[in-house]
Design a protein around this ligand. Structure first.
Ligand code: SIN
Length: 480
């Protein structure tokens, strides 16, 4: 089957492909800025119709056996895996992600469907030892209702399955609003959901170009009981404010400013390997990508030289060609942002050791910057590009102060061989996730999420399904 047979261009509502209105928007390939296809611009109207459909489907879906919901999720998992190659191609076309990473994302995305198919059957309640002789206490966990999922372009498939699989497993119905940059992966997931046997209205996708208007319609609807969003802190705050009148439960996976600390006793080769993985994945465009490399002064030169050698090996080009490690950034605005951060750093004394330039298309060279300091704008702002900036520290206390000196608290990484230090530093880092002697922390089995301005709630793992459940306490009286 060609990937072209799996391109869909309308909203998916109540089990059908629905054109809402006459407007269209273009999906653009970031590699050559050419239009891939035009998609229906459903806007807030599509969101409203999708919410109504999810609301009508909710009671029946909720009342299925957990085992029945689980079987449909398992089928969805199988279908995603079966179409890995076509999905990966579409992902690379609409996001620029290098094809090997796109294939990896298909596995990652599918793993959430599988994991939560299993977790669906383990939503246990409780019996609590009673406080009074004639009374008994039980606790039920029940699905929250209609869920709104607002998802980003940097993981166009996995951020959907990471939100939607636990919601569906719990017995909720969903309305998905993907970004205008990457609606094709989302719509393909809807097609596979239809084939897997999700009843009409259980999974809905509304596509459109006006994210503000569509997000507002989701947040302000009294029928939507929960919003799960991945994206910037600024937009997360706006969605939370819009949801306040209907008091929705929120999961927000927002911006980060990940430190990567290399202590003087670290295995430097291992740290360099981890640095490449944690910095250059998706060309630096993930929320958990390293933003600041904090390197002990005794090993600073050694680390920087070894990192430089590895960065020089990274090949940049069309994501569809499998030898390339670095694809284009998502659009010209993203390139301009990286350029301005580098200009600011240069003016404040940074040394561009390697790279530092934008190239035709939306490319930005893999870049190594030494002599970075906390006055530079990128020490407080997400770079979201392939730029590694190295800072120097003298003591553990200084490293921790530097690492925690940010409003963000998503992911942090550090390297040390000393087990006592590993415990202490892990406890002191103000982050939701900590990689110790590893640069890769993402997996369906662990709780993904942040603290501080990086948001709230956890995705994946046994904790992920709790976000979609309400607790009801039953008090039986007059037990004879
Ligand atoms: C993200 O960038 O939002 C997600 C990254 C991941 O799941 O590893």
């Amino acid at each position: 089957m060609s990937y072209k047979d799996l391109i869909f261009t309308s909203s998916y509502i109540n089990g059908e492909w629905k054109q809402i209105g006459q407007k269209k928007f273009s999906v653009i390939n970031p590699f050559n800025q050419k239009e891939i296809v035009q998609v229906d611009d459903g806007g807030a109207e599509a969101i409203k119709k999708a919410i109504d459909s999810a609301q009508s489907a909710f009671p029946k879906w909720r009342d299925l056996l957990a085992k029945e919901r689980s079987e449909i999720l398992e089928k969805w998992y199988d279908l995603i895996q079966q179409h890995k190659s076509e999905i990966a191609t579409i992902m690379t076309l609409e996001s620029g992600k290098p094809i090997n990473e796109s294939k990896g994302e298909v596995d990652y995305a599918a793993s959430f469907a599988k994991w939560f198919a299993e977790e669906a059957k383990r939503v246990y309640g409780d019996i609590i030892p009673t406080h009074a002789h004639k009374k008994r206490i039980a606790v039920l966990k029940q699905p929250i209702g209609v869920v709104g999922a607002i998802t980003p372009w940097n993981f166009p498939l996995a951020m959907i399955t990471r939100k939607v699989s636990p919601a569906l497993a719990a017995g909720c119905t969903v309305v998905i609003k993907p970004t205008k940059e990457s609606p094709l992966c989302a719509l393909l997931l809807a097609h596979l959901a239809q084939k897997a046997g999700f009843p009409a209205g259980v999974l809905n996708i509304a596509v459109g170009s006006n994210s503000k208007e569509m997000g507002k319609a989701l947040c302000e609807s009294p029928l939507v009981k929960k919003i799960s969003f991945t994206g910037s802190t600024e937009v997360g705050k706006a969605l939370m404010a819009q949801s306040s009148q209907t008091l929705k439960k929120m999961s927000l996976e927002l911006g980060g400013n990940a430190p990567f600390i290399v202590f003087e006793d670290a295995d430097v080769d291992l740290a360099v390997k981890g640095a490449i993985a944690a910095k250059f994945r998706n060309s630096g465009q993930t929320c958990v990508c390293v933003n600041r490399f904090l390197i002990h002064q005794d090993i600073y030169d050694q680390f920087s030289e070894k990192l430089l050698k590895e960065i020089q090996k990274l090949k940049m080009g069309n994501g569809l060609e499998s030898e390339n490690h670095i694809g284009p950034l998502i659009n010209s605005k993203a390139v301009e942002k990286v350029k301005s951060l580098i200009q600011d750093a240069k003016e404040k004394g940074a040394k561009i050791t390697y790279g530092g330039n934008s190239l035709e298309g939306n490319f930005f060279e893999p870049t190594l910057i030494t002599n970075a300091n906390s006055d530079m704008q990128f020490s407080n702002e997400e770079i979201f590009g392939p730029v590694a900036a190295l800072y120097k520290f003298k003591s553990l206390e200084q490293a921790l102060d530097m690492a925690n000196d940010t409003i963000y608290g998503l992911a942090a990484y550090f390297y040390s061989k000393d087990i006592n230090r590993c415990w202490k530093v892990s406890e002191e880092l103000e982050y939701g996730m900590v990689g110790i002697n590893t640069g890769l922390i993402s997996t369906e089995v662990a709780p993904f999420g942040g603290i501080k301005a990086s948001g709230m709630g956890r995705e994946g793992s046994k904790y992920g399904i709790e976000e979609y459940l309400e607790i009801k306490y039953l008090c039986y009286g007059n037990i004879q």
